[in-house]
Design a protein around this ligand. Structure first.
Ligand SMILES: [Zn+2]
Length: 190
């Protein structure tokens, strides 16, 4: 950016930056429109925004699947990090774009722990037989939102790691190893 060349490289750089920002903004908008379309599709199954086409029992069942899956999975990783004496992380950090489940802010690592059910794990996820279109649409929407969150974080320079609920349950050691290598605390491996 030569001072004597105000119309040369400097303005060219600024133009490039503007183009990059605009491109990113349009991608975010497109992703958002997809979400809105998915919402509209979901609403087909909801009368007055209520789960009227879905039995109350089923609705309750699904709610508990979600809550339980997320909590235990998050707890499992949290406990493992504490036991291994790993530092520099936060669980459910506030004011971080994309709402990751864990972050290592200094190392710019964002971790998501995805419940197998709601995030549509190819290994364990299965759609309930009754009102399956509704549940499928709901799971697809979650997956779409996951993509959007990841993109926002990547734009902020974060590396993203995702673990399935079943991975943390079946092979916690492997998950921990992956995290520790990424944050340069390999010596913390149990
Ligand atoms: Zn799974």
């Amino acid at each position: 950016m030569a001072a004597g060349d105000p119309h040369g490289t400097a303005s060219h750089d600024a133009r490039n930056r503007t183009t990059a920002v605009l491109t990113f903004a349009s991608i975010v908008i497109i992703l958002h429109v997809i979400l809105l379309v998915m919402d509209k599709a979901l609403k087909k199954y909801l009368k007055d925004g209520k789960f009227q086409n879905v039995s109350l029992t089923r609705s309750k069942q699904m709610g508990s699947v979600k809550g339980k899956g997320n909590k235990t999975t998050e707890k499992r990783l949290r406990y493992a990090l504490v036991s291994a004496g790993i530092t520099g992380w936060k669980v459910q950090p506030k004011h971080i774009i994309g709402n990751p489940d864990f972050i290592f802010k200094k190392e710019k690592l964002a971790i998501f722990v995805d419940g197998c059910y709601w995030h549509g794990c190819p290994k364990c996820g299965h759609v309930p037989k009754t009102r399956s279109e509704f549940w499928k649409a709901k799971i697809d929407r979650t997956k779409q939102r996951d993509k959007e969150k990841a993109m926002l974080l990547e734009e902020e320079g974060y590396i993203i790691v995702r673990f399935w609920e079943h991975e943390l349950k079946d092979n916690l050691k492997k998950c921990m190893k992956e995290i520790l290598i990424l944050v340069g605390q390999e010596n913390g491996i149990m």
